[in-house]
Design a protein around this ligand. Structure first.
Ligand SMILES: *Cc1c(COP(=O)(O)O)cnc(C)c1O
Length: 472
């Protein structure tokens, strides 16, 4: 493809993209594809000769598109959203065009310095204390792994990186029973052993119980373990439960344990002053992560990781082979030393485009409207008489189930709600997912897609009621 052909196709694609975003509502939200349907249409071997772009694009439309679940459909209420927005997409186009690999300052000074400034902006936007310094990671999973590894090195006086686990100390880690699976994954990767991850019971609102955390840590110390890290959730994945940071932080300070805060989804809500209560006690934390790629109109991937002790982070990850040595010294950041990967995409650019395009108040308006829509729907569910809420709704994630009069058996309700979920999703008109709360099959509806409006929520609720009636 020469540059003139590139220009032509880029214009075609710009039109395609705008049309797609305009018409995405007419597509089934969840792909109706059955297993192996897509792969069976792909040649088993690569083409020897190059093919014309027209044919590639045509196959994209006929083979790939029907196999996509449309995350940017406004009736996507599943999982947590993966927000996108026009300015973010445009910035991604520029990032791809520049094609820079931003591992160190010298490999693109602007990428490094823009990232530093964007992390400062984000920190101010969510009112983190200025003692925190940010860096972009690919995902919250990686940020949490960084926190675990940094805690491991910090508290082993940087001996485990050097000598392996030879100090005879057994480290323990803590999170609630509702915490995200990325914590267990990180604990396993860090070599701490899944058996040493203590899952702390939650209260009736699915938030970690600090009294049980304190008791568990004390028991572990008495039994010769070294408590290493507590991960508190601000917004659990199941029901956006908020672990109480202040009492948890006080326990961590008392026993000199690392406190990591996982606010992957709910962290974006801190842009709204009325939700800052969620991080009361944040000054007691050592690290904090949230994902602008979930609910801050920024395309995947973009996870904002904040730490108090940059030196501990960099000391955990830095490696300096001869071919990476540079002369700028400490005046610049070399983000390759701030995480797992060496190579890095230029991700700060889309944040810059998003924050400048919407302004803080534009982002606040969008988030507030999502929360308002969710609170209103939660009210309807609570008053319906045939549905019930299964967890508090502090933000925009609604956990509920169909519970018609006369059915009291949880097994029967679980089966009924599983059937309801599948019937709803098979319509292609909306997409929600489920979780289990206290053993109950729970429908989970998250109102956070960039373009979701009252109309989409109304139609979703009507469809849910109507479908439930026909099943019941
Ligand atoms: C989504 C989520 C994660 C994982 O996020 P990734 O960026 O996909 O790794 C971690 N913790 C919580 C609470 C989440 O909701």
């Amino acid at each position: 493809m020469d540059l003139e052909q590139f220009r032509t196709h880029a214009h075609e694609l710009a039109d395609w993209m705008a049309d797609y975003l305009k018409e995405v509502e007419s597509l089934p939200v969840r792909s109706p594809s059955i297993p192996r349907a897509i792969i069976s249409r792909l040649p088993v071997s690569p083409p020897l000769e190059g093919e014309p772009f027209e044919r590639i694009l045509s196959d994209f439309q006929s083979i790939i598109l029907p196999g996509m679940t449309h995350w940017q459909h406004p009736s996507f209420f599943a999982y947590f959203p993966a927000n996108s927005s026009p300015p973010s997409i445009l910035a991604e186009m520029l990032t791809a065009t520049l094609g820079a690999q931003c591992m160190s300052w010298v490999t693109s000074p602007a990428a490094t310095e823009l990232e530093e400034r964007m992390m400062e902006w984000l920190g101010q936007m969510i009112a983190l204390p200025p003692t925190f310094t940010g860096v972009i990671q690919d995902t919250a999973s990686t940020a949490t792994l960084c926190a675990i590894l940094t805690a491991r090195e910090h508290y082993s006086f940087h001996t485990i990186n050097q000598r392996g686990f030879t100090d005879g100390v057994t480290y323990t880690a803590y999170c609630s029973t509702e915490a995200h699976s990325s914590i267990e994954k990180g604990i396993k990767i860090a070599g701490l052993g899944k058996d040493h991850l203590r899952t702390i019971e939650v209260d009736e609102h699915y938030a970690m119980r600090p009294d049980i955390l304190a008791r568990t840590i004390r028991d572990d110390i008495r039994n010769g373990y070294r408590p290493l890290i507590v991960t508190a959730a601000v917004g659990t994945t199941g029901s956006t439960a908020i672990d109480p940071l202040r009492p948890i932080g006080e326990i961590c300070r008392e026993h000199d344990v690392w406190l990591h805060v996982d606010a992957a989804f709910a962290g974006s809500a801190l842009v709204l002053p009325e939700f800052r209560w969620m991080i009361d006690g944040i000054e007691l934390a050592d690290s904090f992560v949230f994902n602008p790629h979930k609910w801050l109109l920024t395309n995947f991937d973009c996870s904002a990781y904040f730490v108090k002790n940059v030196e501990a982070l960099v000391r955990t990850f830095e490696i300096l082979p001869e071919y990476l040595k540079t002369t700028e010294g400490t005046r610049v950041n070399n983000y390759r030393d701030w995480g797992v990967q060496l190579g890095r995409r230029f991700r700060a650019l889309k944040l810059w485009f998003v924050i400048r395009s919407y302004g803080v108040s534009g982002l606040q308006n969008t988030l507030r409207s999502h929360v308002r829509l969710a609170q209103k729907l939660a009210g309807h569910i609570a008053e319906s008489g045939t549905f019930e809420l299964l967890a508090p709704v502090p933000l925009n994630t609604i956990c509920f189930r169909y519970h018609p009069a006369g059915i009291t058996d949880d097994q029967a309700l679980n089966a009924l709600n599983a059937r309801l979920l599948e019937t709803l999703n098979a319509t292609g008109k909306l997409f929600l997912t489920h979780t289990k709360l206290s053993g109950k099959f729970t429908l989970r509806l998250v109102i956070g897609q960039t373009n979701v409006q009252q109309d989409h929520v109304t139609r979703a609720w009507d469809l849910i009621c109507e479908t439930a009636r026909t099943l019941g």
